[in-house]
Write a protein that binds this ligand. Structure first.
Ligand SMILES: CC(=O)N[C@H]1[C@@H](OP(=O)(O)OP(=O)(O)OC[C@H]2O[C@@H](n3ccc(=O)[nH]c3=O)[C@H](O)[C@@H]2O)O[C@H](CO)[C@@H](O)[C@@H]1O
Ligand SMILES: C=C(OP(=O)(O)O)C(=O)O
Length: 417
């Protein structure tokens, strides 16, 4: 198993390129099931979750070939309707194959994903939505079995905003008979990206990115070429890396408008952010102030940036109150940040961070993807050496993070344990 060793205290300087979005690429890959033939997807990040999605598609009978950041997915030969526990347990998003398989073949059998470190994460709203589209759903031996001759359009009102649920039903409804209306739909930019590829395939989807999505079902979809949007969470993580080290970096290939909530909070904290010709410059300040955040569905503050923002607040002046409203157990990084000498107390879904003058390097353990990123940020800011173990979580979602950080002047190496 690999670990990261960081010698902290270096101000980051220089330029960094943002990769394609993990959370957009995953449903986009799955959507190719609906378009039998050769789909070419560009700007794909090299990540473990992408490899897992490729394995899922291959296990169904698709041919997948990668060349750099371009992945060709031929879904003409898909002949299995089953995604097994072995694959689904390693990545929750693979459950999204259920709807597209059902839409294309009239049946599907997919393992239930189970919970993960950050929460229970049920898929009840995905299944309720599929049932509203006319699917017959049974749960047996840990698998969801779904059947429907042809799905039929329906009006679906989500109890809570769900990104995966909205994506799942957009895909399932794209080739259903008649009109589907998704109300209280999630509005994340990754949903807009999925809507764009589905429409390029021939779907008729309006309103992706708003809370009401209208889908006129079409009889079939055709394969396409499509390029994945930039990863807003990777971009946000680099913005904080610059801020926490008092650095000055330029970020290429990101869309600043996808990160408004983070940008406002960083500015409140004293970080200088400017954008010119699609390049975003982020300058840290010696005097960072504590600010409060509440995670919310988009366009609110993203839960996927909460752990990284908390690392920054550990070295800001004054107190910061951080409320996690999306997942019930997303403070696993707190006990590890304390090892750097941070001052954090947690009560229920709220963490209070009192900024300290300096963090000091420590051995820490990554517990989930964004927690790993927050520990890297802590290590970059801390005096002395930090050793981060269990970094396999990191490789799910950050492409070459340590190489990119070295390019910005950080002292960070990956070593085999
Ligand atoms: C691959 C991907 O895109 N992952 C993102 C996606 O996860 P994911 O799509 O799993 O997250 P959801 O938006 O569905 O989850 C939001 C909340 O709804 C709950 N819920 C969800 C579905 C359901 O059927 N029932 C239910 O109760 C969840 O447990 C959670 O508390 O959005 C999350 C929220 O922005 C991000 O943190 C993840 O990075
Ligand atoms: C929670 C995340 O991903 P996933 O939904 O794939 O677990 C994430 O990207 O922070």
């Amino acid at each position: 198993m690999d670990k990261l060793i960081i010698n902290g205290g270096k101000k980051l300087k220089g330029e960094v390129q943002i990769s394609g979005s993990k959370n957009a690429a995953l449903p986009i890959f799955v959507s190719t099931i609906l378009a039998p033939g050769l789909n070419t997807i560009g700007n794909v990040p090299f990540l473990r979750d992408i490899n897992t999605t490729i394995k899922v598609l291959e296990s169904l009978g698709a041919d997948v070939e990668g060349n750099g950041n371009i992945v060709k997915i031929n879904t003409a030969g898909i002949n299995s309707h089953e995604a097994t526990y072995d694959l689904v347990k390693t990545m929750r998003a693979s459950v999204l194959v259920l709807g597209p398989l059902l839409a294309r073949f009239g049946k599907a059998r997919v393992s239930l994903p189970g919970g993960c470190a950050i929460g229970a994460r049920p898929i009840n709203l995905h299944l309720k939505g599929l049932q509203a589209l006319g699917a017959e759903i049974t749960l047996e031996h840990g698998y969801v079995e779904a059947k429907a001759k042809r799905l039929k359009g329906a009006r679906i009102n989500f109890d809570i905003s769900t990104v995966g649920g909205t994506e799942h039903l957009m895909m399932a409804a794209a080739t259903a008979k008649g009109e589907t209306i998704l109300e209280n739909a999630a509005r994340e930019p990754e949903i807009v990206d999925l809507g764009l590829i589905l429409n390029r395939m021939g779907a008729k989807i309006e309103g992706a990115g708003t809370d009401t999505i209208k889908i006129q079902g079409v009889s079939e979809l055709s394969p396409v070429n499509y390029s994945v949007m930039p990863d807003r969470i990777e971009a946000g993580t680099f913005m904080i890396a610059s801020a926490i080290t008092g650095g000055d970096i330029k970020i290429h290939g990101m869309k600043l408008e996808h990160l408004d909530a983070l940008v406002f909070k960083l500015q409140d904290a004293g970080v200088e952010i400017t954008s010119r010709d699609n390049v975003v410059r982020v300058k840290g300040s010696k005097k960072m102030r504590g600010v409060n955040i509440k995670t919310r569905p988009y366009p609110g503050f993203p839960t996927d940036m909460q752990a990284q923002f908390m690392a920054l607040m550990c070295v800001a002046e004054g107190a910061s109150v951080i409320s996690e409203n999306i997942f019930e157990n997303r403070f696993m990084h707190v006990s590890e940040l304390l090892r750097f000498g941070a001052d954090i107390t947690v009560e229920g879904s709220t963490a209070t961070v009192k900024g300290v003058k300096k963090l000091s390097g420590a051995p820490v353990m990554a517990t989930d993807l964004r927690a790993s990123a927050s520990l890297i940020l802590g290590g970059l800011a801390a005096e002395g050496t930090t050793e981060i173990t269990r970094i396999y979580h990191l490789d799910r979602g950050y492409e070459s993070i340590e190489k990119k950080l070295v390019g910005l002047g950080a002292d960070i190496v990956r070593v085999k344990e």
